[in-house]
Design a binder for this molecule. Structure first.
Ligand SMILES: *[C@@H]1O[C@H](CO)[C@@H](O)[C@H](O)[C@H]1NC(C)=O
Ligand SMILES: *[C@@H]1O[C@H](CO)[C@@H](O)[C@H](O)[C@H]1NC(C)=O
Ligand SMILES: *[C@@H]1O[C@H](CO)[C@@H](O)[C@H](O)[C@H]1NC(C)=O
Ligand SMILES: *[C@@H]1O[C@H](CO)[C@@H](O)[C@H](O)[C@H]1NC(C)=O
Ligand SMILES: *[C@@H]1O[C@H](CO)[C@@H](O)[C@H](O)[C@H]1NC(C)=O
Ligand SMILES: *[C@@H]1O[C@H](CO)[C@@H](O)[C@H](O)[C@H]1NC(C)=O
Ligand SMILES: *[C@@H]1O[C@H](CO)[C@@H](O)[C@H](O)[C@H]1NC(C)=O
Ligand SMILES: *[C@@H]1O[C@H](CO)[C@@H](O)[C@H](O)[C@H]1NC(C)=O
Ligand SMILES: *[C@@H]1O[C@H](CO)[C@@H](O)[C@H](O)[C@H]1NC(C)=O
Ligand SMILES: *[C@@H]1O[C@H](CO)[C@@H](O)[C@H](O)[C@H]1NC(C)=O
Length: 591
């Protein structure tokens, strides 16, 4: 009992002393005006100036239907995942570098690997989980299609008009593969392929990526979808790393500086979904230095005469070459434009388009050469990145700490962009092809067809189409992202280009992969006596009665009817420190 009391006291002291520092390796998505953040790790700054790390077990949300500030103390709501320690494999788990997709009513969780920071003890079977938001119901039943593996660091995007998710490239990590986890010699390896999940039929398929680059692989790249271009959308990807299929990445950690493993920023790889065809197109302008593990969102001019892909952050070959600038790649001119300079460098964050003209950045960390993911205390998130939430206004290209939900104005192209591509804030771009022309006329045609022509007879219809698309997709994802239904006419391509959902699904520098492999191995076998377990994890832990001090966690949806009952005493296991309230518990790694 005395030991118990001491552990308790330690807990209480930990609970008050720590401060949120960083969130990394998570995925995020906005569905129906709610930002969902899943998995990954949170790092805390302890009062003795050391940093502790915890895997995040629950699903966290931010209500973005209303105005908020990134300093709000009630920013995050926690949705506990059901769990039963006697049969963990039949319950949803939590991973680093997983991905989320959505269809308006449900979220889908795919990919990842177990965190070395108090992650699951075993790798769950390869599966996809579906979360019915309204009914708070998790299920992994009903999925079919090609046999697939669990991947990480691929690019994940959703086409809401097709109700399909796409997952491009990525790596297979032993921590995501129950067959090899813990096996000597098991290594991270790069794979090829474009996986797609039909969210209507829950069917997976695998499309070839032979023409993607010389290897058909991409990891931690920038992957976006323009739903309004082509009959079923156009994937646009650049950056990230590439290696021959099957390369063992941990042995190549020193080669991040080798440009032959860089998937370029200058040569953009595009995929016409309807025709299953890959294209390569050269870009010009302020082409950013090569990078990986940053994030991007896409937004269209009102008339679809241009599409702006906003790119923020990421890790270059070295930290010295990295920048925290915001760039746009404007299509179809294929011009890069630097629109904001001077933020600190950042990697492993995710971005989402919120409303018509806001980019919300979630998490991330400031890398240093010696320790890429272990932040220095001085670099813990604050100010612009308070609580790991940053807000970037796409209309005037400024960083904000507050989101104004009342500002429903449309995306307006800033003069920084129209100076390059012509036209006005609503479109009318007259630079509509790459500097040296289109490599393939099929691409040119796809972009031409996307334009909403402002002829007098079409004006009313165009306005209606946009309005229809907007209202449809508000119910789908809270953003006016192309949900035009009658394909083949220019007017049907309603809405703004789809959001790049966690364009980089977490993603890490290669060196980081090694780090996590080592961490996981160390954290794996037997319980470390120097580790303080949260009550639910402690072998003899029946600490449920101590949970009173943490009511803050019980902020999940009020409607819990039909939800699988969570194990009464095991609940702690799933919980994650509540970031704004700094009152968490978790496993503290000593030393
Ligand atoms: C710092 O504080 C944490 C949490 O109280 C503790 O686990 C850790 O051992 C301390 N580290 C040092 C170096 O004192
Ligand atoms: C969107 O959220 C609102 C309020 O939370 C809810 O009433 C509505 O049913 C949701 N729509 C969908 C499509 O889930
Ligand atoms: C997808 O198919 C390609 C061959 O086209 C194969 O090499 C790759 O392993 C497959 N990817 C997955 C994740 O199954
Ligand atoms: C860079 O990578 C390529 C392809 O793997 C290899 O042939 C070359 O030797 C590497 N260069 C250096 C300097 O390591
Ligand atoms: C044109 O496409 C080919 C093949 O897809 C590619 O190798 C080449 O780099 C592209 N050239 C330009 C200028 O985009
Ligand atoms: C986006 O812009 C349209 C057209 O101005 C407007 O009707 C809609 O309410 C806006 N949506 C949001 C979420 O701001
Ligand atoms: C595009 O229009 C601008 C005026 O908006 C004009 O200055 C420019 O010369 C035009 N460029 C092209 C390529 O037509
Ligand atoms: C927009 O929606 C209205 C009502 O659902 C429908 O009558 C109209 O045909 C739609 N317009 C277009 C262009 O889809
Ligand atoms: C949860 O969803 C599954 C699959 O749709 C369904 O079979 C099950 O009845 C649902 N459970 C509850 C409690 O609603
Ligand atoms: C957990 O699973 C075990 C074995 O399947 C079962 O006996 C027990 O009732 C479950 N606990 C809860 C809270 O559902």
């Amino acid at each position: 009992m005395k030991v118990l009391a001491q552990i308790l006291l330690l807990y209480i002291s930990l609970a008050v002393a720590r401060k949120y520092c960083t969130r990394t390796f998570h995925s995020s998505i906005i569905n129906n005006q709610t930002l969902f953040i899943d998995g990954g790790e949170v790092r805390y700054l302890e009062d003795n100036d050391t940093i502790s790390a915890y895997a995040i077990r629950d699903l966290q949300t931010v209500d973005v239907s209303k105005s908020f500030s990134n300093t709000d103390s009630d920013l995050f709501t926690h949705i506990e995942k059901p769990y039963n320690a006697s049969d963990p494999d039949t319950y949803p788990t939590f991973f680093d570098e997983g991905s989320q997709f959505n269809d308006g009513q449900n979220l889908y969780f795919y990919g990842g690997y177990i965190s070395g920071r108090d992650g699951p003890k075993d790798v769950a079977p390869v599966e996809t989980w579906k979360y019915d938001i309204q009914n708070n119901n998790w299920t992994r039943d009903g999925f079919g299609g090609v046999p697939y593996v669990r991947l990480a660091e691929g690019g994940a995007v959703v086409s809401h008009s097709q109700n399909k998710a796409y997952y491009l490239g990525g790596i297979e990590d032993p921590g995501g593969n129950p067959n090899v986890y813990g096996t000597a010699g098991a290594d991270v390896q790069i794979v090829s392929g474009l996986l797609t999940l039909d969210q209507s039929t829950l069917t997976w398929s695998n499309l070839s990526t032979e023409d993607m680059n010389n290897y058909g692989t991409i990891g931690a790249g920038y992957v976006n979808i323009l739903e309004d271009v082509g009959d079923e959308g156009l994937l646009v990807s650049f950056g990230g790393y590439k290696y021959p299929v099957g390369s063992k990445l941990s042995l190549l950690c020193a080669k991040q500086t080798n440009a032959s493993h860089h998937n370029p920023m200058e040569y953009i790889t595009l995929y016409d979904i309807a025709n299953q065809k890959w294209y390569t197109q050269q870009s010009t302008g302020d082409v950013p230095t090569w990078r990986m593990a940053g994030c991007s969102v896409t937004v269209a001019a009102a008339d679809r005469s241009s599409f702006s892909i906003y790119v923020f952050g990421g890790m270059a070959a070295t930290t010295a070459k990295s920048d925290g600038d915001v760039y746009i790649l404007s299509l179809p001119s294929f011009r890069w434009i630097r629109v904001n300079e001077g933020s600190s460098i950042r990697e492993k964050h995710t971005c989402n388009l919120l409303g018509n003209h806001t980019m919300v950045v979630v998490g991330g960390t400031i890398p240093t050469d010696s320790s890429e993911y272990e932040p220095k205390p001085v670099n813990c998130d604050s100010g612009q990145f308070e609580n790991g939430i940053a807000i970037f206004n796409l209309n005037d290209h400024t960083w904000l700490t507050d989101y104004n939900a009342a500002d429903t104005s449309e995306y307006a192209l800033s003069s920084v962009i129209t100076d390059v591509i012509g036209g006005s804030s609503t479109g009318g771009a007259n630079v509509t092809q790459p500097a040296n022309g289109f490599n393939n006329t099929a691409l040119a045609t796809m972009f031409e067809k996307a334009i909403i022509t402002p002829t007098t007879s079409a004006t009313t219809a165009a306005a209606t189409a946009v309005a229809n698309a907007t209202s449809t997709s508000t119910s789908a994802n809270g953003n006016p992202s192309g949900t035009g239904s009658s394909k083949g006419t220019t007017l049907s391509k309603g809405g703004i280009a789809g959001v790049a959902v966690g364009a980089v699904a977490g993603a890490s520098a290669i060196a980081g992969l090694v780090f996590f492999l080592l961490k996981r191995k160390r954290a794996q076998p037997t319980p470390d006596p120097t580790v303080v377990y949260p009550p639910g994890l402690a072998p003899q832990g029946r600490f449920a009665e101590l949970s009173g001090g943490h009511e803050g966690y019980e902020l999940g949806p009020k409607t819990r009817s039909g939800a699988p009952a969570a194990e009464t005493n095991g609940n702690w296991w799933q919980k994650t420190p509540n970031i704004p309230e700094m009152d968490g518990v978790g496993m503290v790694e000593k030393g």
